[in-house]
Design a protein around this ligand. Structure first.
Ligand code: 2DT
Ligand code: MG
Length: 218
């Protein structure tokens, strides 16, 4: 036809526990898209480079203490302050690959077992953020993840916490209707996981929409 509507980029989110291989796979997908000549951007949350990111980094490394609710909202603000730029990039045809997003935001805070901080409460500041076109959950047991060189020294990097996080990810995904999750067995080799991710990504690009939509309430 004579008119060409420039295609919106796709928003791909990879979620999972620490050591599940998210960052390696995001980087692989990014390199792959680039080599195919696609315009692509890689975003990681928390983005520790901004002023909210500095607060988050101090908290995670134990240099600062924060109230559970307060730090939760700072993690969310760290996404809200980036969303306009992500949205503009998507509209201009850039694919955006996101390493952790709202789902990590809700489950890590809920996993603290603070009786005043429920999963519903933790999800609410995410309402209205862009909904991923493609969402992956890299599933691995906390024991298998721990075998991969052990956890580091940051807050949350303990097997018991990771195990609660994994349960809560599954609960959250089960309760969020309208958000399709591709669960990937992340205990396999990098190559096996990459092949799975790629086949799902390739199956999706074809029926991508021109409409973006937002995350809604639990
Ligand atoms: P990385 O190890 O990926 O840098 O994450 N987290 C992350 C939250 O508690 N809330 C959030 O909104 C996000 C995005 C997960 C550092 C830790 O921060 C947790 C692990
Ligand atoms: Mg980490």
């Amino acid at each position: 036809s004579a008119t060409t509507v420039s295609k919106r980029g796709i928003l791909i989110v990879i979620e999972g526990l620490d050591r599940s291989g998210k960052s390696s796979q995001c980087q692989r997908l990014f390199d792959r898209f680039q080599s195919q000549g696609r315009k692509v951007r890689y975003v990681k949350f928390p983005d520790r480079s901004t002023s909210t990111g500095h607060m988050i980094n101090s908290y995670l490394t134990g240099q600062a203490q924060q109230d559970d609710h307060s730090i939760h909202l700072i993690f969310s603000a760290n996404r809200w302050e980036a969303i306009k730029s992500i949205s503009l990039d998507l509209l201009s045809g850039i694919d955006v690959i996101v390493d952790r997003y709202s789902f990590s935001g809700a489950v890590y805070s809920a996993a603290k077992q603070n009786p005043d901080l429920s999963l519903e409460w933790a999800w609410s500041p995410e309402i209205g953020l862009l909904k991923p076109d493609l969402l992956f959950f890299f599933d691995i047991s906390s024991a298998d993840a721990a075998k991969r060189g052990g956890y580091g020294a940051e807050r949350y990097e303990k097997e018991e916490m990771q195990s609660r996080v994994r349960t809560l990810f599954k609960e959250l995904f089960a309760r969020l209707d309208g958000v399709a999750v591709h669960q990937v067995d992340a205990s396999r080799t990098m190559e096996e996981v990459a092949a799975d991710v790629l086949s799902i990504v390739q199956g999706t690009t074809e029926d991508e929409t021109l409409m973006s939509s937002a995350l809604h309430k639990l």
